[in-house]
Design a protein around this ligand. Structure first.
Ligand SMILES: [Zn+2]
Length: 525
């Protein structure tokens, strides 16, 4: 028996590993590659395995880099089921549709850009030396319905007319919707049959709502084989969710192959406990200046943690009760999924809220905005308030409108609570916040480009760490050495090479048999 690694081997996205037994082929995760557009699109389109040959798929959690290619799997001749936990299955109803929407709008934007540059060239070559600004704006207005909405029909018609290639999305919202009928959610710690005398049992991984360690047991006359795939591992002592599992059922303790993530295989995180204090400080200072706090946040996980901590702060009276708005339809839907799965909460959450008859994710001053009109109205609100909005790295979505109306006023605060990848607006805000003097020395204030226009950044930029959903090196090690598992072999995945190798080295010094597979590599057991 063996496992072949097709994604998240020497990198952090595109998780996909195939378990091959004498009778079945079981897929662990089916994630999307993210990063440089062209390169990742290519990797996402090529499916490395014959989909008709896969018995079933096991999904560790709902993040798109683990689940985002499910519609690609189910659109071909895949005849199995996607087995996961109940909260993950519920979250996917929103996550996959949102992903389909992003694929569609990305493809539309690329079509728009290629047609626009073709039309500029046409003007230039046929008529005269240079395309004037007026002609450019005429072409633009032909291709757009409004400053923020493309005229998709007109774009496709002109592309066809001029014989240009039309870029198609990896999958559409419709295909994403169809893939949902393949997904089955099961309770934690219940063996589910996934193949010939083969079961999977999910244990809490503490990374995001519904995230699980998948423990696969294969019973054969000569021996029983066990594989544990961690998916992404959470931190210990975080608000809301239970800690990653350390105590496994007696019959599950002997593991032949342990496949672990290693995102922070060589790093140490800040302690978790100061989040409330840091958040209270930022809110109090901003409210004293009469400003608003704008928080770009991922819709799943981070947003609900913020709501939870704000709820605690508002209850305890540590901050004045100014209104809090969650302005992201995806985040609102996913918050409802959180509400519906109290079985995944830790003891503190039960004690602080549920036992008192309170919903942790709803309090008097908090409101979920739904319509675009409500959202636009909110951007005009001059009184002190808090806005939590997506996308988390300020690449798209409603957060951009809050930023463009708030960044130029010094009383406001942009609060960063997540990782900002290179070349994102979020990263630029973070860098300017760390050292504003290094930029635009002659300008009155450093400048930010938002939705094609330039704005001076005068708002305060604050950053709170400790929100990470990933275990650091000590916490990863704790699952291996501090749990009741007896592990024979370890495969280290889901990390940049430096992180995976450092973690593997550490495990080797502890006496484990460790491999860091490259894409396409196999580990037999
Ligand atoms: Zn994840």
């Amino acid at each position: 028996m063996d496992v072949t690694f097709f994604g998240a081997a020497g990198e952090v996205t595109g998780s996909m590993h195939l378990l091959t037994t004498d009778k079945d082929r079981i897929l662990f995760d089916c994630g999307m590659f993210q990063g440089r557009r062209k390169e990742s699109q290519e990797k996402n389109k090529t499916f490395p395995i014959d989909r008709g040959q896969i018995t079933n798929m096991i999904l560790s959690h709902a993040h798109i880099d683990h689940s985002g290619r499910i519609p690609v799997l189910t659109s071909a001749d895949f005849a199995g089921r996607v087995i996961t936990t109940r909260p993950t299955a519920s979250a996917l109803e929103y996550m996959l549709l949102d992903s389909g929407h992003i694929q569609e709008s990305d493809a539309q934007y690329l079509n728009y850009k290629s047609l626009r540059s073709f039309l500029y060239q046409l003007e230039q070559n046929n008529v005269k030396e240079k395309v004037t600004g007026r002609e450019k704006s005429q072409i633009k207005s032909l291709l757009k319905k409004s400053p923020y909405e493309l005229n998709v029909e007109a774009i496709h018609k002109l592309q066809k007319q001029h014989g240009l290639d039309i870029i198609t999305p990896l999958y559409t919202m419709d295909e994403a919707r169809q893939s949902l009928s393949f997904i089955d959610g099961y309770p934690f710690e219940l063996p589910v049959t996934i193949g010939h005398d083969t079961t999977v049992k999910f244990y809490v991984a503490g990374h995001i709502l519904g995230s699980a360690f998948s423990l696969v047991t294969i019973k054969r006359p000569e021996k029983t084989y066990r594989i544990l795939y961690t998916g992404d591992v959470g931190r210990f002592g975080k608000p809301i969710l239970r800690d990653p599992t350390l105590v496994f059922d007696e019959e599950d303790r002997d593991i032949d192959l342990f496949i672990t993530e290693s995102t922070y295989g060589d790093r140490e995180h800040e302690p978790v406990q100061d989040l409330g204090t840091s958040l209270a400080k930022v809110l109090n200072e901003t409210f004293d200046r009469g400003g608003a706090v704008i928080i770009p946040s991922f819709a799943f996980g981070r947003t609900q943690e913020l709501i939870y901590i704000l709820h605690e702060l508002y209850e305890s009276g540590k901050v004045p009760r100014r209104p809090v708005y969650v302005d992201s339809p995806l985040a609102s839907n996913l918050t409802r999924v959180f509400v519906e799965h109290p079985e995944t909460y830790n003891k503190d959450t039960h004690k602080t809220f549920l036992e008192k008859g309170k919903n942790p994710f709803q309090f008097e001053k908090m409101k979920f905005t739904q319509t675009v009109q409500e959202s636009m109205q909110l951007t005009q609100d001059k009184t002190s308030h808090v806005v939590i909005s997506a996308s988390g790295m300020c690449e798209a979505g409603r957060i951009l409108h809050h930023l463009r109306y708030k960044v130029h006023q010094p009383q406001n605060t942009i609060l960063l609570v997540g990782y900002m990848a290179e070349n994102t607006l979020g990263r630029r805000i973070q860098e300017l916040g760390e050292d504003p003097k290094t930029y635009d020395k002659n300008a009155e204030a450093p400048e930010l480009k938002i939705l094609g226009k330039t704005y001076p950044l005068k708002a305060k930029v604050e950053k709170i760490g400790g929100f990470s959903a990933h275990a650091d090196k000590h916490e990863l090690e704790k699952i291996i050495t501090g749990s009741n598992l007896r592990i024979k072999k370890i495969g280290v995945v889901h990390g940049e090479v430096s992180q995976s190798s450092a973690f593997a080295d550490r495990l080797q010094t502890l006496g484990y048999d460790v491999t860091v597979p490259k894409p396409g590599d196999k580990i037999s057991f």
